[in-house]
Design a protein around this ligand. Structure first.
Ligand code: GDP
Length: 729
């Protein structure tokens, strides 16, 4: 165990950029990401002497503990010596499953290389494709690790030629993806092959593995592996070809160190000016430049408080530094700076560019923030928008736990910004909203683990409202009838909604940039220039008035009226999405006394509600994508379960040893999906869902769903009509 190191020794290595690697492990669910991380940590995890002492006492390396650690740590650092030189490899946690929240991209931005883990039996699966595509999209170089070779030998009892064929096929499939998704200059360079030692094979469970080069160096052939299995002597394999050696040698020789990677990656992952001081400093991974750190993860540590972990692209971060949360008008003081040794944080005071520091003491920081010493372009708009689709009400079992619950819900949203919590003690509402029923189940487990007993209500689906045609222009009068606001509504182009969702178009953005993006997407220059507000749910308000008087003073009130409509659409008071509202004309009273908020906001929403109602409004429901893996005999059972739930089967892939059914199901039909799948397949199906898209509720169900929501919310059951908002001529 050469991994116990003094903190000062580690800090010395972290100053040598060529001895650092920042990597991640990416895989289809169940292909072995966790097991592989664990085996790397067990064999090469760094330990500080103090921790090592404690660790032994606590039996720190116990399997169970290790698992807990890997799951918990935002970063795990490994130590490995290659050709007598010490290296620190930061293994940054990439989210286990693909979600649509930006977390995956964020983690990928922090790494320069990825180990793609593929299950030898299942081969390349849909999420393998997704993660490879996403990694290449961030210019992260892949190497391949084919895991679970034991299954080919023991379970399937394949003869050596068959095994070779299987491996060759997986390599080919991965390279097809590189061919398809890499940019031209990396298409050939980043293909993987046994000959180039960019492919390893092995078993994470048994912790052995090798590349061709290592096999040659150690004089081991594949037949030796098969022999070891027939002798049941895995220990021999583990000793002869330990997995961490195979993987870490690949990483060190094939994945670039930070200063090399940043030369070609910054232009891809950052949208600022490369010629600027900040741009140059990042390109050069310059520790003397301005500090710029992309925060990938924020946790609340019971002892230490808010801990932000991320990639330091330039500058040096030091205790006492004052930093800006870019684009958010917040500054903070760095209280402590730590580095990861294994899964634990050790305080070091200062850390130079190219590394993964843990920064303590900045309470407002959120995952996705850019920390910097100068105002600059952030890595992502922090306003990346999560679109929660289910919500659940929770209540503490004992009212004395209330303050603890409120505090915990707060912590939950800091750690997982895709969870939205609403706390309204005055109405007794504690709502948690997330991406799907599973997401909420996980949140509830966390609450339980924190020792809080809660009673949870039934999950409620969150719908959206949108318009499908252009609406008419309507005049909205203020309650005092002294002000008139004219607006019209139309559908917002889907690609613009998508830009907003991805956080590439957001309200805090410079209006010139907004105008440029909108023009590039076909907007009229005049309208593009006059965007008043962008709503993260995917709506835009445009001012098309000409020379209107008092407009400036009333702007915030008009925006307020518009926000209410976007928050609560006319059909079911659900959020609106994909709506462009145009303010066409205003007639405002000259005396400010007669045009306060209570006048202008209602005039605005009356006009807007009327126009929405004239624009063929529809209710949208969240539809989830489902992917189920079964043996061929249960394929029929799975497809009929999907179709029985208003779902559709999109694709059935007959992989060599499993059948993969891909389909979609409206979220509202998924509450008892677990039971339905279990009984249909005798518990033999592995499946997962994720959000796919918003789709109109079918006409046959629409009225019923709207009525149900209105009833639940205590609204009049009838959907309002245009004449309730405006006087129709
Ligand atoms: P993840 O979802 O990608 O993190 O996958 P896990 O690491 O949790 O592994 C999924 C399952 O595959 C677990 O039951 C592991 O025990 C199992 N597994 C991992 N590596 C191997 C291996 O080398 N051989 C076999 N047979 N099973 C493995």
């Amino acid at each position: 165990m050469g991994r116990v190191k003094k903190i000062s020794e580690v800090v010395d290595i972290l100053k040598q950029k060529e001895q650092i690697r920042n990597i991640g492990i990416i895989a289809h669910v169940d292909h072995g990401k966790t097991t592989t991380s664990d085996s790397l940590l067990a064999a090469a995890g760094l330990l500080s002497p103090s921790l090592a002492g404690r660790a032994l006492a606590l039996d720190y390396l116990e399997e169970e503990q290790q698992r807990q650690m890997t799951i918990k740590a935002a970063n795990v650092s490994l130590y490995y010596e290659a050709d007598g030189k010490p290296y620190i490899i930061n293994l940054i946690d990439t989210p286990g499953h693909v979600d649509f929240s930006g977390r995956v991209t964020r983690a990928l931005r922090a790494i320069d290389g990825a180990i793609v883990v593929v299950d030898a039996v299942e081969g390349v699966m849909t999420q393998t494709e997704t993660v490879i595509r996403q990694a290449l999209g961030e210019r992260v170089r892949p190497v391949l690790y084919i895991n679970k070779i034991d299954r080919l030998v023991k379970e399937l009892r394949l003869p050596p030629e068959k095994i070779q064929e299987t491996l060759a096929r997986i390599v080919r499939e991965v390279n097809n993806l590189v061919e398809m998704y890499a940019e031209p200059e990396y298409r050939e360079k980043w293909k993987v092959s046994f000959a180039e030692n960019t492919v390893a094979l092995g078993s994470s469970k048994d912790r052995w593995g090798f590349t061709v080069k290592q096999a040659q160096q150690k004089g081991i052939k594949f037949s030796d592996v098969i022999d070891a299995f027939s002798r049941e002597d895995l220990e021999w394999l583990r000793q002869k070809v330990p997995l961490h050696e195979a993987l870490l040698e690949m990483v060190i020789s094939k994945h670039p160190p930070p200063h090399v990677a940043q030369r070609y990656r910054i232009s891809k992952i950052w949208r600022g000016d490369l010629e600027s001081e900040v741009g140059q400093a990042m390109l050069n991974c310059d520790e003397n430049g301005p500090t710029v750190m992309a925060v990938t993860d924020v946790r609340v540590d019971p002892q230490a408080g808010v801990v932000a972990t991320g990639r330091l692209f330039s500058g040096t971060i030091t205790e006492g530094d004052s930093v800006i949360l870019v684009g958010r008008n917040i500054t903070g003081r760095v209280q402590q700076v730590g580095v990861y040794m294994g899964p634990a944080r050790e305080l070091v005071g200062t850390i130079p560019a190219g590394n993964i520091p843990a920064v303590l003491g900045i309470n407002d920081v959120r995952a996705g923030d850019t920390l910097a010493t100068v105002e600059t372009i952030p890595f992502e708009s922090l306003k990346y928008v999560s679109e929660p689709v289910v919500t659940i009400a929770v209540e503490p079992k004992y009212s004395r736990d209330l303050p603890k619950l409120v505090e915990f819900l707060n912590k939950l949203t800091i750690e997982d910004p895709t969870l939205v919590t609403v706390v309204r003690p005055e109405t007794g509402e504690y709502l948690i909203s997330g991406m799907g029923t599973l997401h909420l189940e996980i949140a509830l487990t966390w609450i339980q683990k924190a020792g809080l007993e809660v009673v949870a209500g039934k999950p409620i689906i969150l719908y959206r409202e949108t318009v499908t045609t252009k609406g008419r222009e309507f005049e909205g009068k203020s309650p005092n009838r002294h002000n008139r606001i004219y607006t019209r509504i139309e559908p917002l182009e889907p690609e613009i909604v998508e830009l907003i969702r991805k956080g590439e178009l957001f309200d805090e953005m410079d209006r010139k940039q907004v105008a440029k993006i909108l023009r590039e997407h076909g907007w009229d220059a005049e309208e593009a220039r006059n965007v008043w507000q962008i709503d993260g749910r995917g709506n835009i308000l445009v001012d098309a008035t000409k020379g209107a008087q008092y407009l400036h003073e009333s702007k915030m009130m008009i925006i307020g009226g518009w926000q209410r409509v976007m928050q609560e659409g006319p059909l079911a008071a659900e959020n609106m999405r994909g709506v462009k509202a145009v303010l066409t004309q205003v007639e405002l009273h000259e005396d400010p006394v007669h045009r306060g908020y209570a006048q202008i906001a209602p005039a605005t929403w009356r006009s807007l509600y009327a126009s929405v109602l004239s624009a063929s409004p529809v209710l949208l429901e969240p539809v989830l994508k489902i992917e189920a893996k079964v043996s061929a005999e249960f394929m029929g059972a799975v497809t009929s379960t999907i179709t029985s739930k208003r779902g559709r089967v999109l694709d059935v892939k007959q992989a060599e040893y499993v059948t993969v059914v891909v389909g979609e199901i409206p979220a509202s039909e998924t509450f008892d999906l677990s039971e339905a799948m279990r009984s249909a397949t005798m518990g033999k199906a592995f499946w997962a869902t994720e959000f796919s898209q918003w789709r109109p509720v079918p006409a046959t169900l629409r009225d019923k769903v709207i009525q149900e929501i209105r009833k639940r919310k205590g609204l009049p059951l009838e959907v309002p009509t245009i004449s309730q908002f405006v006087e129709e001529e």
